[in-house]
Write a new protein. Structure first.
Length: 257
């Protein structure tokens, strides 16, 4: 199981509104079926998991996350038909159990996507639907500069999960086909996030990609890292206000026969 627990639900939710659009774009790819059994892999604090269950009129909802902080926060949304469980979505598999396997902005943290997607596909019942969204923005300065600064401050910096793990849209299409899905929709979408200023990018990535440096650098080292990162980012991108943060994401949906 992943032991890293650098997630901070409050920091992550600072940009909840901008982050929610891809979630709903993904949810809207799911075809309506009566009372589906739904699992949300990498469910985070469970707020959106509960809303997803309501939108799909789910008969049951399971939220899975490897972060104790997130699972503890999600407990507020648990009820008779909605449960949250601490587990690693990279190895998670419950054969023929769900009508919808949903994963928004979580698969990127897992290595070996062909293997993980095979386990997720196996967890679907006949006719079940898979819906997955991953960021694909590793080539943007916000991510490239993080890796550069980390290499200056650490001898063995933790890698960028998106750069390491995320595949191309066409590769996902091929994987889904190989897993026997009879229908699929895979697309790359650019989200144009209008931020108040370039500096807001720092707050954005502090809730996601930079969390990986917290453990390695410690509290004081991380603060130093963030300030060096901010200076470098403003230098390269320019201190703009407002700033349009273009963010590429891959959305995929597929249905079993
Ligand atoms: C970017 S957040 C997305 C949360 C939620 N799906 C949403 O759309 O708001 C990624 C979540 O994936 C979880 N996560 C990362 N790696 C994981 C793993 N190997 N197993 C389970 N959860 C994982 C994190 O703890 C975090 O809650």
């Amino acid at each position: 199981m992943t032991t890293f627990d650098g997630w901070d639900p409050t920091q992550y939710n600072r940009f909840a509104q901008q982050r929610e659009q891809p979630f709903w774009d993904l949810a809207n790819l799911i075809h309506e079926v009566p009372g589906p059994r739904v699992v949300d892999l990498g469910c985070g604090d469970g707020r959106l998991t509960a809303l997803l269950g309501a939108q799909l009129h789910a008969s049951s909802v399971a939220g899975i996350d490897s972060s104790l902080a997130m699972i503890n926060a999600a407990a507020a949304h648990a009820n008779g038909s909605t449960q949250f469980v601490l587990a690693d979505i990279g190895t998670w598999q419950e054969p023929s159990s769900y009508d919808v396997v949903f994963a928004n902005a979580s698969l990127q943290w897992v290595p070996d996507h062909p293997s993980a997607l095979a386990k997720w596909a196996d967890s679907l019942r006949d006719g079940g639907q898979l819906a997955v969204q991953v960021p694909a923005n590793a080539d943007h300065p916000s991510h490239v500069i993080a890796a550069t600064v980390a290499a200056e401050m650490l001898s063995d910096p933790p890698p960028d999960a998106v750069a390491e793990n995320v595949l191309t849209p066409e590769r996902y299409a091929t994987i889904l086909d190989g897993l026997g899905f009879v229908e699929q929709h895979v697309r790359l979408q650019v989200y144009a996030h209008r931020l108040a200023s370039t500096s807001e990018v720092v707050e954005w990535v502090k809730g996601t990609t930079l969390t990986r440096f917290k453990q390695a650098l410690g509290e004081a080292g991380f603060e130093q890292f963030v300030e060096r990162y901010r200076a470098r980012l403003l230098d390269e991108v320019g201190d703009q206000a407002p700033y349009l943060y273009p963010f590429k994401r891959i959305l995929m949906w597929a249905r079993r026969s």
